[in-house]
Every structure is written in structure tokens, then in C-alpha cells.
Design a protein around this ligand. Structure first.
Ligand code: FAD
Ligand code: NAI
Length: 478
């Protein structure tokens, strides 16, 4: 007789592990099945893409490389001279690995604390009988089975493959390889100027690589507000020296003994051949249902492979839910986690709500890019009349003190009601400012509300305050 659970979660990424903890807190007997392994591949590691090969390690490398770059280029104006400075990529990677180990171990502890049964192995649907789903767990060929009344699928996503070349994580890298280079490549190519391309391109550029980013789309950061995207493009290319080519058409990628050759047509249609020491492929991610055996129970997927769910993460099957990267919506850790909490609470009969229109987006470049709500392009396309208020970091006292007085905040508000519809930012630590934007969207605030709230001085948030004042044409420092 297999062990019976109230809730079985498949996947322990930020969607699954949070769902499991919340379900256990609500009194359900909960299991969380996860196949993830540590970097050495010799022990289980909870936390999914986010903790192991995504959000957390990338932010660790961004910080290390930012320090190196600042010491080389920015310290002098503070009167600090650093002589004989060197960069040790292997040490940077070891620091990153230590952070990952600490956090993945933290989830193990949280599972124990909340009495979540943590089961290692690949979970697959086996069948349904007597109101229970049977799930088989394969741990290196050793098979066990559990049954559960409710199942939450949180199996995440994997990198989108590029048909022209196979990832080997030697010279052709996906996110995992890009996070583990122990030497700085002299010439680094990146396919895709999306979030990973820009973040990882920035890391290796700052520590000395010559970086070329090849992007298929003719516009830069198509999902972002284009005024902010244009400002970002100028800073990354003209000031920071990232070579970003838009509108390229890849023709051929060849692995060489000492690197990678990429043949492509540039925006003007000219044939180009470039050679790189390493090539990162970051052209998006696809939902992961590999080995889940959805057919055994008839769990439906859409034409792109996402598990089909409604606005509340219900699948086509009773008591089977799906959350995070494996379902529609932005592929972001915080979106996965909030869906996890909401599903656990729905199983408990509560009525939580996750508003996908108020999910914040952040790109951790320097300056950072962050936004929530609609872009100007979306408002125009939807025929919504809006007003806008803008302010810059150039004259902000805190930003000047930080030596990061660059960037813009833009607030878009309804022309009639003044309700905030979107906030778009490029600037220092705007990843932290975006929460005020989310709050204003969720609470249906007006730009006047933000304008009348007292913002501490001197802080970066004063730029958001000033943008709100500007929306009403009464900026004080503009
Ligand atoms: P995942 O984190 O992918 O977790 C899924 C888990 O399920 C994995 O552990 C997997 O091993 C396991 N699994 C899969 N199938 C099975 C099975 N059949 N049985 C058992 N286990 C299974 N997002 C942000 O919000 N902020 C960031 O800064 C950010 N940075 C990123 C940087 C990089 C380089 C990458 C690649 C992604 C980044 N993301 C970021 C995206 C973020 O990592 C994902 O949105 C998030 O991890 C999705 O969470 P999830 O729980 O849906 O899935
Ligand atoms: P992405 O969707 O952000 O960007 C992929 C880019 O590749 C796009 O600009 C696309 O036009 C381009 N592209 C696609 N096919 C191409 C081709 N054949 N040739 C050249 N360019 C091509 O995907 P990315 O960067 O791989 O990241 C995956 C996801 O991970 C993100 O969408 C995001 O959800 C998540 N992520 C989030 C981060 C954050 O929140 N800070 C950081 C990193 C990843």
C-alpha cells in the first residue's frame, strides 16, 4: 500500500517548494517530489532553476563583477587607488556556489520544520483510482509510489534549444554553463538579447571579455517600454561597450577545436562570420513536462507544451493544479511562488487572488531596469488615453552620492481618472523601487497618491515621487 498524502507537489523550485510549505502550514499532509541535483550531481538540491542555476547564482555573479568593475573604474573619483588589482573567476564562482548551497540547504530545513515529506526522484503520473492520483517516483532506477488527493505540478522550464547547435557546456553554453566559467573568455558571443543575455553578457564584459550579443528581433527588449529600452540600449552599447546587434539572422554555428564560429546575416542583410571562445545561447525557455507521463491521467497541455490552466491554476483534471514556468504567464520566480501560495490556499477553500497584470519585471543590469503594468506601446495599442510623468536620477542626491546618477522613472496614469497604469524605470536599484509601483497598481492608486506620500530624503525613491508630481505637471525639481 503506497503512502497517501493530501497534497503532492511535483517540483521544488520557487513555485513548488513554496506551495508545499503553505499546504503544510494549512494542515495538509504534504509531499514534495523533486529530481534536482547539486552542481556536482551527487546529492539532491532543492530550489529548482531559481536557486541552483537561475536567479540566485546570476545575482551573485552580477554583484562580484560589479565590484570588480567599480574598483577598476569608479573608485578613483572617491580618492581610492587600488594597485595591482586582479580578478579570479574561479573564486567568484566558488562564492556563488557557497550562496547556492546555503539557500538550497535552507529549503531542506524549511521542509523539515514544516513537516513536508521531501522525496527525491523524478515524479510521473501513473493513474487515478478511488479519488487518488498515483505518482511513481524514480530515484536512479529505484521506484516507489505515493498517492495523493491533490497534485500541484511545478516542474518549471528548460532552455529553448537552438536547432543550429547542441549545448555542450564546454564552448556552447546555456545558463548553467554561463554561470560556471572559471576563466574569462577573451571573446564571448551571446545569442539572444533577452534577460539572460544581458545579465550574463554584463557579468563577463565587466571582468574583461569582449562581448557580442546577436538578437533576432529588430527592436531591443521588445516587452519593455520602448523609451526605457532605448535609453538602456544606448547605455549598454555606447557607454559599456556591449556590442548588441539587432535583426540578425543566424545561418550556421560550427564548433571548432578552440571555440565557436557563428555565421549570420546582419540587419543590413550582409553575411558575417564571427569567431568566439565561448557562446551563450539564451533564446528563451520552454515548459518542462519531460517524463511526467501526463497521458496516464489525461492532463492537457496547450500547443506550446504548457499545462493548460485557468486563471486560478486549475488544470482540466479535478484536484490537479499547475503553477510557475510550466503554465502561461511570465516565467518569473515570484510569479511561481505567489501561484504556489494561492493554490495551497484554494485547496483549503480560501479565495486568494494573483493579478498577473501586476507582476513586476526586473533586469539586473547596471543600471537596473524594472517595470510593472502597461507600457506606452500597450496603452496606445489599446486606445487608452494616458498622461505621463518623468523624472531622472541625474540630479538625485542619493544617486549622486552612490556614483550612479543615471536613468529615468516614468509613470503612466489614466488621462481622466489619474489611476496609475504603468511604471517604467531604468536606474540604480530600481529593483527595490518597483515594489512601490506594484503596490500602487494593486491598490489602484492615482499618481496624485504617490505625489502626496512622504518619501524619505535623500533616497532614490524621490525620483519616483518626482515623476508622480510631473504627471500632474507640478514637478519641483524638473
Ligand atoms: P523551476 O525553478 O524550474 O523548478 C522546477 C523543479 O522541478 C526543478 O527542481 C526540477 O528538477 C523539478 N522537476 C521537473 N520535472 C520533475 C519531475 N518529473 N519530477 C520531479 N521533479 C521535477 N526569475 C526571477 O524572478 N528573477 C530572476 O532574477 C531570475 N533570474 C534567472 C536567471 C536565469 C539564468 C534563469 C535561467 C532564470 C531566472 N529566473 C528569474 C526565472 C526563474 O528561475 C523561474 O521563473 C523559476 O525558477 C520558475 O520556478 P518553478 O518553480 O516554476 O520551476
Ligand atoms: P528571453 O525571452 O528574455 O530572451 C530571449 C531573446 O532571444 C529574445 O530577445 C528573442 O527575440 C531572442 N531570440 C530568440 N530566438 C533567437 C534566434 N534564433 N536568434 C537570435 N535571437 C533569438 O529569454 P532568456 O534570456 O533566455 O531568459 C529566459 C527567461 O528566464 C526570461 O524570459 C525570464 O522569464 C527568465 N529570467 C528572468 C530574469 C530576471 O527576472 N531578472 C533573469 C534571467 C532570466
Amino acid at each position: 500500500m503506497s503512502q497517501v498524502f493530501d497534497v503532492a507537489v511535483i517540483g521544488a523550485g520557487p513555485g513548488g517548494y513554496i506551495a508545499a510549505i503553505r499546504a503544510a502550514q494549512l494542515g495538509f499532509k504534504t509531499a514534495c517530489i523533486d529530481a534536482g541535483l547539486n552542481k556536482a550531481g551527487d546529492a539532491p538540491a532543492l530550489g529548482g532553476t531559481c536557486l541552483n542555476v537561475g536567479c540566485i547564482p546570476s545575482k551573485a555573479l552580477l554583484q562580484s563583477s560589479e565590484h570588480f568593475h567599480a574598483a577598476q573604474h569608479d573608485f578613483a573619483e572617491h580618492g581610492i587607488t587600488v594597485a595591482g588589482m586582479q580578478f579570479d573567476a574561479a573564486k567568484m564562482i566558488a562564492r556563488k556556489d557557497a550562496i547556492v548551497t546555503k539557500l538550497t540547504g535552507g529549503i531542506k530545513f524549511l521542509f523539515q520544520k514544516n513537516k513536508v515529506a521531501s522525496l527525491h526522484g523524478r515524479g510521473a503520473f501513473k493513474g487515478f483510482s478511488d479519488g487518488l492520483y498515483q505518482i511513481e517516483i524514480d530515484n536512479k532506477g529505484e521506484k516507489t509510489e505515493i498517492s495523493a488527493k491533490n497534485v500541484i505540478v511545478a516542474t518549471g522550464s528548460v532552455p529553448r534549444p537552438l536547432p543550429l547547435v547542441e549545448i555542450d557546456n564546454v564552448n556552447v553554453l546555456d545558463n548553467e554553463g554561463a554561470l560556471n566559467l572559471t576563466e574569462v573568455p577573451q571573446k564571448l558571443g551571446v545569442i539572444g538579447s533577452g534577460v539572460i543575455g544581458l545579465e550574463m553578457g554584463s557579468v563577463w564584459k565587466r571582468v574583461g571579455a569582449e562581448v557580442t550579443v546577436l538578437e533576432a528581433m529588430p527592436v531591443f527588449l521588445a516587452a519593455a517600454d520602448q523609451q526605457i529600452a532605448k535609453e538602456a540600449y544606448k547605455i549598454f552599447t555606447k557607454e559599456q561597450g556591449l556590442a548588441i546587434e539587432l535583426g540578425v539572422k543566424l545561418k550556421e554555428i560550427n564548433k571548432l577545436s578552440d571555440g565557436v564560429e557563428v555565421k549570420y546575416d546582419n540587419e543590413k542583410g550582409e553575411a558575417v562570420s564571427a569567431k568566439f571562445d565561448k557562446l551563450i545561447v539564451a533564446i528563451g525557455r520552454v515548459p518542462n513536462t519531460d517524463g511526467l507521463n501526463t497521458e496516464a491521467v489525461g492532463l492537457e497541455k496547450d500547443e506550446r507544451g504548457f499545462i493548460k490552466v485557468d486563471g486560478e491554476c486549475r488544470s482540466n483534471l479535478p484536484n490537479v493544479w499547475a503553477i510557475g514556468d510550466v503554465v502561461r504567464g511570465p516565467m518569473l520566480a515570484h510569479k511561481a511562488s505567489e501561484e504556489g501560495v494561492a493554490v495551497a490556499e484554494r485547496i483549503a477553500g480560501q479565495k486568494p487572488h494573483v493579478d498577473l497584470d501586476a507582476v513586476p519585471f526586473v533586469i539586473y543590469t547596471d543600471p537596473e531596469i524594472a517595470w510593472a503594468g502597461k507600457t506606452e506601446e500597450q496603452l496606445k495599442a489599446e486606445g487608452i488615453a494616458y498622461k505621463k510623468g518623468m523624472s531622472g536620477f541625474a540630479a538625485n542626491g542619493r544617486a549622486l552620492g552612490l556614483g550612479k546618477a543615471q536613468g529615468t522613472v516614468k509613470i503612466l496614469a489614466d488621462a481622466q481618472t489619474d489611476r496609475i497604469l504603468g511604471v517604467h524605470m531604468i536606474g540604480p536599484m530600481v529593483s527595490e523601487l518597483v515594489s512601490e509601483a506594484v503596490l500602487s497598481l494593486e491598490f489602484k492608486a492615482s499618481s496624485e497618491d504617490i505625489a502626496r506620500i512622504v518619501h524619505a530624503h535623500p533616497t532614490l525613491s524621490e525620483v519616483l515621487h518626482e515623476a508622480a508630481l510631473a504627471a500632474d505637471k507640478r514637478a519641483l525639481h524638473g
